[in-house]
Design a protein around this ligand. Structure first.
Ligand SMILES: C[S@@+](CC[C@H](N)C(=O)[O-])C[C@H]1O[C@@H](n2cnc3c(N)ncnc32)[C@H](O)[C@@H]1O
Ligand code: SF4
Length: 305
């Protein structure tokens, strides 16, 4: 994003000039089937063992996104957006994931995917390399003992092999871009440097980020610069299974709703009242007008290598 001009309001808030909004978001996230994950990582606010006890995703995600709606969205955004299947879930447990990826490929819509890697067999690796533009595998450990603590599974070898299978199937081609993720927690902090040193030799990028919690904080959050409007509200649309649009990539509890794409289409919601109000609030420094903001700010602290 370009540097944005700002001024100061009488009460000391930094106000930004209107930020231009593209015709369509560059990334559209589709919550196709959100009610089940094949892991229960403690940190995960939706499926984890440490989540808010009163929250049960099965009470919220009561149906799946119909294929006809998925196709309608793809047809509307093709040429403008990339699609990420799965909002707060493991995308490879989505029952019709292959149909979704085939439909995207037929329309020339690029796919970006974040996965825990466990369901990547040889044939799945081949399929993904053929249908996906960016694949990020979340690992969060360099040892089995630590993986059990961060991801409730000891199958480290299986996950590492998944990354190597993807790399092998890609061969000397440029695509897909293959990256790995490491979310820092007390259980794995000591493995951070080894993780980076090992994986940076093999993949295109290593993403290391701090953990956020369902109380809406972020571990070790250090704000080193003035708050700026969140990039995501100008870049990304998160569409839930029922067409409702969630304001933020971390609204796992489904507390926000900026409009409904099944009813009004992507363009109308993207330029509609909900998004316009949030953007205006950010540009005017009214960050407290929306509840999820501490996390949004925390996510601005991601580290890339
Ligand atoms: C919600 S997961 C969904 C994709 C897939 N199931 C996976 O684990 O990669 C997307 C990313 O969010 C990260 N994540 C989950 N809970 C988190 C938390 N509390 N703080 C920071 N990142 C988190 C995961 O490690 C993963 O890289
Ligand atoms: S694999 Fe992903 S979605 Fe599933 S519990 Fe872990 S972080 Fe959450």
């Amino acid at each position: 994003m370009e540097k944005i001009k700002h001024s100061w309001s009488p009460d000391g808030r930094k106000k930004y000039d209107r930020i231009p909004v593209a015709e369509y978001p560059s990334k559209v996230v589709l919550g196709i089937q959100e009610d089940y994950c094949n892991l229960a990582c403690p940190m995960c606010m939706v499926h984890g063992t440490n989540k808010e006890p009163s929250f049960n995703i099965k009470d919220v995600a009561t149906s799946v996104m119909p294929m006809e709606n998925i196709i309608k969205i793809m047809d509307e955004v093709k040429g403008s957006s990339m699609i990420s299947p799965g909002y707060f879930v493991e995308p490879l447990v989505i029952t019709n994931i292959k149909d979704v990826l085939r439909a995207a490929k037929e329309r020339g819509v690029p796919i970006t995917m974040v996965t825990n890697g466990l369901l990547i067999s040889k044939t799945m690796a081949e399929f993904l390399v053929d249908h996906v533009s960016v694949i990020s595998v979340s690992i969060d450990a360099t040892t089995k003992e630590t993986l059990v603590k961060t991801r409730t599974t000891s199958r480290l070898q299986r996950i590492q092999e998944a990354v190597f299978l993807l790399l092998e199937k890609r061969g000397s081609n440029q695509s897909p871009r293959i990256t790995v993720n490491f979310t820092i927690q007390d259980a794995n902090r000591h493995e951070r440097d080894d993780f980076l040193q090992f994986w940076i030799q093999h993949v295109d990028a290593v993403r290391i980020n701090e953990m956020y919690t369902y109380e809406r904080g972020a571990d070790n959050l250090v704000v080193t610069r003035d708050r700026t409007p969140c990039r995501e509200i100008y870049d990304q649309m998160n569409i839930d299974f029922n067409g409702n649009v969630l304001m933020c990539c971390v609204d796992g509890f489904r507390q926000t709703n900026l409009g409904n794409v099944f009813r009004d289409g992507v363009y109308n919601v993207w330029h509609g009242e909900g998004f316009s109000a949030v953007r205006k609030n950010h540009e005017e420094g009214n960050y407290d007008a929306q509840q999820l903001l501490p996390i949004v700010r925390a996510l601005g602290q991601l580290h890339y290598f």
